[in-house]
Design a protein around this ligand. Structure first.
Ligand code: ALA
Length: 478
């Protein structure tokens, strides 16, 4: 009993039974793949890829994408085994509760805030930059004071003068999305499907047109020589870039947070996770290859690298359409991240880890609306006042930690409960989870000391809350 007390899968099911019956099971495998793509293709590919190519890897960013995708595939397989075996909302948090006990579950739940809530803030900041650029194309110039946080470059002049007070567009988009989520999951899934269609079309158009205008000279040298600084080009740069662009892959695991609303979770969850991961990996590799072929990597160090690349084709008018598609793409990412976060809080509140108010459902919409409102305020405040790079790296390192623990969870549960039915089993066990642990921790290592310090500080705050509050409130399981 206590901090190492674990839940059995039956405990979990009975704990959530009452709430389960109030959420509607409407989502299919296809919906889940759309939710996955909706969350994955976003600021990572549209903004961070160009910056990572310009600062770390050059055209070899393609190799970074392949390396990161290998880590994601290992973790994705592990997620699938657990998601099918424990088809209950809560993602890695739930799996850790079953395999490693209450304290580790709390720490995972706490680091998932970095992935979902802080990730949503990151994307909102990127959305704001593209929205400002789009409006600017039509002569609408926002006052600099409300266009960025005080520590960010001026997105209107693209200069380093810090004239911003707060980021109003980022706040507005978070408010709109939170209100949509309060209205209900089915409604949100339909909106998500339309947006996913738009953004996948944008990616395909970019690849399909761009491939004919690649300048092969841009690929020379394919791996620029290391500048003498670790992580700045050469092989260390490629590895650093794989940690940086890992952000682009974040989100496929959000599928597992919708288990309570999925019709046939045992089959749909692994199919949804692996399906969306495969599609996104292919698109990312093709996209980054075309991006670095259209423009020299040195010119891609901007918030909107896609626009720079398109300018090198005979179709500059594509810029507006592409920016609009990117705005839609980023919107759906925020939608899924905020949905996932509210469902994780919902389950944690059900377990007593968080105050009950987080699991209170709206009488007619049947959504955790108070939780959505609290999240809306927190995420909007962070997006209003924080620079993009800090929240982006925090998101990556926190998610990688959660992924590592999911891979460990698979190994522990195979050992502790070999008898439990597993509708989907990780192939080549234990090779896959071990490789998942190694690749994810490797990417974390390359993210550098300052991000480790931030992660450890975040976890220490989490431990204080756990020992000061949650530990005394949790339901204990035998
Ligand atoms: N993968 C998501 C993005 O790139 C978080 O925006």
């Amino acid at each position: 009993m206590g901090i190492w007390s674990k839940k059995s899968i039956e405990d979990l099911k009975s704990c959530h039974e009452e709430k389960n019956s109030q959420l509607t099971r409407t989502l299919t495998t296809f919906d889940l793949i759309l939710i996955g793509i909706g969350c994955v293709i976003g600021a990572g590919i549209f903004s961070i890829t160009g910056i990572a190519a310009a600062e770390n890897a050059g055209p070899a960013i393609v190799i970074s994408f392949i390396l990161a995708s290998v880590g994601c595939a290992f973790a994705g397989l592990c997620y699938s085994e657990l998601a099918a075996m424990i088809p209950i909302s809560g993602s890695a948090y739930t799996y850790a509760y079953v395999s490693m006990g209450e304290l580790v579950a709390w720490l995972i739940g706490w680091s998932l805030i970095l992935e979902y809530a802080i990730g949503a803030s990151t994307v909102a900041i990127s959305w704001s930059a593209y929205a400002i650029s789009f409006l600017q194309d039509f002569g609408i110039i926002l006052p600099a004071e409300i266009a960025a946080s005080p520590w960010q470059h001026n997105p209107i002049t693209n200069t380093a003068n810090h004239t911003g007070l707060f980021n109003l567009p980022a706040v507005l988009i978070i408010v709109v999305i939170s209100l949509i989520l309060i209205r209900g999951i089915r409604h949100s899934a339909s909106i998500n499907a339309v947006i996913v269609l738009i953004k996948v079309s944008v990616v395909l158009v970019f690849i399909g047109i761009g491939i004919f205008y690649i300048n092969p000279e841009n690929y020379v040298p394919f791996i620029p020589e290391n500048t003498g600084t670790f992580g700045s080009f050469g092989w260390s740069g490629i590895l650093r870039a794989s940690g940086v662009i890992f952000f682009a892959y974040i989100g496929f695991d959000a599928i597992s947070t919708t288990a309570l609303e999925t019709k046939d979770p045992n089959k749909s969850l692994p199919r949804g996770i692996l399906g969306s991961l495969t599609i996104c990996t292919i698109l990312f590799i093709a996209f980054s290859f075309v991006l670095t072929g259209l423009a020299n990597y040195k010119d891609l160090d901007v918030a909107a690298p896609v626009a720079v690349a398109i300018a090198n084709t005979p179709f500059p008018w594509l810029q507006q359409i592409i920016k609009l598609g990117i705005l839609a793409g980023l919107t759906s990412v925020m939608l899924v991240l905020l949905l996932g976060q509210s469902r994780i809080f919902f389950v944690m509140a059900c377990d007593g880890m968080l105050p009950k108010v987080f699991s209170r459902l709206h009488p007619s919409f049947h959504t955790p609306w108070i939780c959505n409102l609290i999240l809306m305020i927190a995420v909007a405040v962070i997006a209003a006042f924080t620079p993009l790079s800090i929240v982006g790296h925090m998101t990556s390192i926190g998610t990688l930690m959660a992924f590592t623990l999911v891979c460990m969870g698979v190994m522990i549960l195979r050992y502790r409960h070999p008898e439990y039915p597993r509708p989907f089993k990780v192939p080549l066990f234990p090779f896959v989870p071990i490789m998942g642990i190694l690749t994810c921790t490797g990417m974390m290592a390359f993210l550098g000391l300052s991000n480790w310090i931030r992660l450890i500080s975040w976890l220490l705050v989490g431990l204080c809350i756990y020992f000061g509050y949650s530990r005394h409130q949790t339901k204990h399981f035998n």
